[in-house]
Design a protein. Structure first.
Ligand SMILES: CC(C)(COP(=O)(O)OP(=O)(O)OC[C@H]1O[C@@H](n2cnc3c(N)ncnc32)[C@H](O)[C@@H]1OP(=O)(O)O)[C@@H](O)C(=O)NCCC(=O)NCCS
Length: 188
C-alpha cells in the first residue's frame, strides 16, 4: 500500500542540475527517484530479495527475524517501510516505537530505526536518506522527540551517513555475535 511518492529536492541524489552531461545525469537520477514510492512491507520475501548474495543459512536467519518484525508491525509496535521502484522493493527500513530495549524505543518519547537496507547497485543515491527522513517525520507526527539506532562499529559508511543526518553516539552494546555496536541518537 503506497503511502506517498518521493518529492524531489534535498539529499545527495537531488542537488544541482547545472547543465552539461553532469546536469543530464542528475536529471535522469531525479526522474528515477521520482518513480520511487515509499510503501509498507508485509511479505518477508520482499526483504529477502534485497540479499541476493546471502547463503541459505543467512537467509533463514533474516527470514526468521523479519517474520517476527512483521508480526510486531501488525500489532502497531513498528512500521516496516519499503521503497518501491516499478513495483519492485529496492530498499527497506523499520521504525520501531516500542522495543524490549527501552534505551532504544520506549513507546512514548524514544523511537528507533532498525534494519536499513538498500539494494547494492542503488546505494549512494539518497534512498537510505529518504527512508530515514520519512521515518523521522512519522515519529515526530506521533509525538516522539528522540530517534535512536544501533550500528556495527566497523560499518564506517553507515556511521558517516548517520553522523551527517545529526546522530551522535550515546552508548555501546554487544550484538548477537558479540560484535561491538554503537548506539546513536538524535533529537527530533
Ligand atoms: C546504509 C544504507 C541503508 C544507506 O542507504 P543508501 O541509499 O546508500 O544511503 P544514501 O545514498 O542516502 O547515503 C549513503 C552514503 O554513503 C555514500 N555512498 C557513496 N557511494 C556509495 C555506495 N556505493 N554504497 C553505499 N554508500 C555510498 C553516499 O554518498 C552517502 O554519503 P553522503 O551522504 O555523505 O554523501 C546502505 O548503504 C546499505 O544497505 N548498506 C548495507 C546494509 C547496512 O549496512 N545497513 C545499515 C545497518 S545499521
Amino acid at each position: 500500500m503506497p503511502i506517498r511518492s518521493f518529492s524531489a529536492g534535498g539529499g545527495s541524489a537531488f542537488g544541482g542540475s547545472e547543465g552539461g552531461s553532469w546536469g543530464l545525469i542528475m536529471e535522469n537520477m531525479k526522474e528515477e527517484q521520482e518513480k520511487m514510492k515509499i510503501t509498507t512491507i508485509d511479505k518477508v520475501n520482499n526483504i529477502l530479495a534485497l540479499y541476493p548474495e546471502a547463503d541459505e543459512e543467512r537467509l533463514a536467519k533474516i527470514r526468521s527475524d523479519v517474520e517476527k518484525d512483521i508480526k510486531k508491525a501488525e500489532k502497531g509496535d513498528r512500521i516496516v517501510y519499503g521503497i518501491e521502484n516499478d513495483g519492485k522493493i529496492v530498499g527497506t527500513m523499520q521504525l520501531v516505537f516500542r522495543d524490549d530495549k527501552e534505551f532504544y524505543a520506549d513507546g512514548k518519547t524514544r523511537a528507533h530505526l532498525h534494519h536499513a537496507r538498500v539494494l547494492e547497485d542503488l546505494r549512494g543515491q539518497g534512498i537510505g536518506t529518504k527512508l530515514m527522513e520519512e521515518a523521522e517525520n512519522e515519529a515526530k507526527r506521533r509525538g516522539f522527540t528522540e530517534m535512536t539506532l544501533g550500528v556495527d562499529e566497523d560499518n564506517r559508511q553507515a556511521v558517516k551517513l548517520y553522523e551527517r543526518l545529526g546522530y551522535k553516539e550515546f552508548m555501546r552494546e554487544k550484538g548477537e555475535q558479540g560484535e561491538p555496536i554503537v548506539g546513536m541518537k538524535k533529537d527530533l
